[in-house]
Design a protein around this ligand. Structure first.
Ligand SMILES: Nc1ncnc2c1ncn2[C@@H]1O[C@H](COP(=O)(O)OP(=O)(O)OP(=O)(O)O)[C@@H](O)[C@H]1O
Ligand SMILES: [Mg+2]
Length: 152
């Protein structure tokens, strides 16, 4: 998927959100400024959870409750993990089942939390603002997930 603008990225996230359900784990990767948080903003809009979705310096995990009857969004930015604070300290497994959990910089850290996960990689395109998003589903939950959530 090629997303030309931040608004396109948010719209993509909102479409993806329509396919999410409690227990889902999404692992976001890509370089600094790739658009991971921007994608989470779209997912939050689609899930209708309380915002705002930001990347605050000292908060690693934040719970965004649903404004409807849906699941909360647990947004984790694992960038600063690895020092005194480890992923285990966040107790994500306590909330995983009833939430949609999205982890930025979670590659190599959170795979142990669940057998199923959707890996989302975002890359910059040289020369312009566009971003390339690729999805890779791991486990039976994502067995038939197309790379474009509008398809299939
Ligand atoms: N097509 C696009 N999709 C997403 N973001 C874009 C796009 N074009 C430009 N941007 C800009 O790129 C920046 C992406 O920042 P964002 O915080 O979402 O990235 P990030 O991957 O979460 O970074 P970090 O690694 O610091 O957490 C924003 O300022 C956004 O407006
Ligand atoms: Mg971010």
């Amino acid at each position: 998927m090629r997303l030309a603008t931040p608004d396109d990225m948010r719209a993509y996230g909102a479409r993806l959100a329509a396919r999410l359900r409690p227990g889902d784990l999404l692992v976001l990767s890509g370089p600094l400024g790739a658009g991971k948080t921007t994608l989470v903003q779209g997912i939050a809009e689609g899930l209708k959870v309380r915002g705002p979705i930001t990347s605050p310096t000292f908060v690693i995990a934040r719970v965004h409750p649903s404004l409807r009857q849906g699941p909360p969004l647990v947004h984790v930015d694992a960038y600063r993990l690895g020092g005194d604070l480890e992923v285990d300290d966040l107790d994500l497994d306590a909330s995983l089942e009833e939430s949609v959990t999205v982890v930025e910089w979670g590659e190599g850290l959170v795979e142990g939390l669940a057998d199923d996960r959707l890996e989302i990689h975002i890359d910059r395109e040289a020369g312009d603002e566009a971003r390339i998003v690729s999805l890779r589903g791991v486990g039976p939950r994502w067995a038939d997930t197309p790379s474009d959530p509008l398809q299939g």
